[in-house]
Design a protein around this ligand. Structure first.
Ligand SMILES: Nc1ncnc2c1ncn2[C@@H]1O[C@H](COP(=O)(O)OP(=O)(O)OP(=O)(O)O)[C@@H](O)[C@H]1O
Length: 340
């Protein structure tokens, strides 16, 4: 890993990047950085601007305003240099169906200037962690969807780019493929690759324990490490569901009602349960359900966007209910002293 990089030591820098499609502002004054070895989970509901951001970084779209630096190179002005420094796996699969897996990977290795034994070796190296070694001789058209997704990802990293852009790499894949892809991303980051990874599946981002960047309607509304964001916005508590209107309980913690649910906001909910139960008194007879809500990225989402993340994804809900206290979308910076 280089000790000093052009672009302020970052593999990727975005400053004030704005992109409009006609009257629609798809990206609005977006700032973002990724350091070598850092994994950034790029999150946002459908249409938030994630693909637009990756396309601009890859030089496929030009921003209307702002600067982009890929290890100090501007993808709009130095497209060839910037392109060599990054690997892009777009959402849409880009395999050549009549070619074998090996031929697909070799094609990209050769585009990157590798030849002969060096290219062959690199194909084997890429195939191994992606579980493709046994499939190298098979035609791409004959692969399952998950296998195709792995080859597609392999094509993006065959030239060892220091910056990897993965646009929903686990869309539609099974648990095993998801694990393989995540392990590979973590291994590449450990070797110094900067990774920008968009997904609708929050547990994946939690599993990678990297940084998080949240886009909402083209604006970067939160960014920081997962720990920082969860610590600051992933509030915890106890949800009590009653058969009628929830009572007000004699407790020292904030309480909010939403329909039949009473949310008691408390830091270590499991320790607070006995006190909450004791405070119920006669209301215990109307209690239907009690649920501990732990801090999570899902809770962070609800707090800063006003919507649960699962509302735009086909993935399972992790925690949280519509009963939470929500705030309107706003810009938040984890380095600030007080919540904005
Ligand atoms: N070529 C285009 N012309 C006009 N509008 C576009 C174009 N591409 C994207 N948009 C719009 O720009 C906004 C951002 O789209 P983008 O594809 O970047 O979102 P996304 O976060 O990647 O969404 P998803 O999670 O659904 O993939 C959306 O409102 C989309 O409809």
């Amino acid at each position: 890993m280089p000790t000093e990089l052009p672009g302020g030591g970052h593999a990727l820098t975005l400053r004030g990047v704005t992109k409009r499609y006609g009257t629609l502002t798809a990206l609005d004054d977006v700032d973002m950085t990724i350091a070598p070895g850092e994994i950034v989970g790029l999150l946002g509901h459908n249409g938030a601007g994630k693909t637009t951001l990756m396309s601009i970084v890859a030089g496929l779209l030009r921003p209307d305003a702002g600067q982009v630096g890929v290890l100090g190179r501007d993808p709009a002005r130095q497209p060839h240099e910037a392109r060599r420094l990054l690997g892009l796996a777009p959402q849409e699969l880009g395999l050549y169906p009549p070619l074998t897996v090996r031929q697909n990977l070799l094609f990209f290795a050769e585009l990157a200037g590798l030849r002969g034994a060096a290219a062959d070796r690199r194909v084997e190296e890429v195939a191994e962690p992606l579980g493709l070694t046994g499939l190298l001789g098979r035609r791409a058209a004959r692969l399952s969807g998950g296998e195709q997704r792995r080859v597609h990802t392999g094509m993006a990293l065959v030239h060892r780019p220091p910056l990897l852009l993965l646009d929903e790499p686990t869309a539609g894949v099974d648990v095993q493929t998801r694990e393989q892809l995540l392990a590979m991303v973590r291994a590449m980051a450990a070797e110094g690759t900067a990774v920008c990874y968009s997904t609708h599946y929050l547990p994946e981002v939690e599993a990678m324990d990297g940084s998080v960047a949240v886009l909402s309607e083209g604006r970067m509304i939160a960014n920081g490490t997962l720990k920082e964001l969860v610590g600051r916005y992933g509030d915890s508590g106890i949800d009590l569901t009653f058969s009628g209107v929830p009572p007000e309980l004699p407790l020292p913690w904030p309480q909010v009602r939403d329909g039949g649910v009473l949310r008691v906001t408390v830091e270590q909910p499991h320790l607070a349960v006995p006190q909450v139960m004791a405070a119920l008194g006669d209301a215990a007879g109307a209690l239907v359900n009690l649920r501990l809500v732990q801090p999570s990225l899902d809770r962070v989402f609800l707090r800063i966007t006003g919507r649960g993340y699962d509302e735009s994804a086909e993935t399972p809900e992790t925690t949280g209910t519509a009963a939470a206290v929500t705030e309107p979308a706003r810009t938040v910076g984890v380095a600030e002293e007080e919540p904005v």
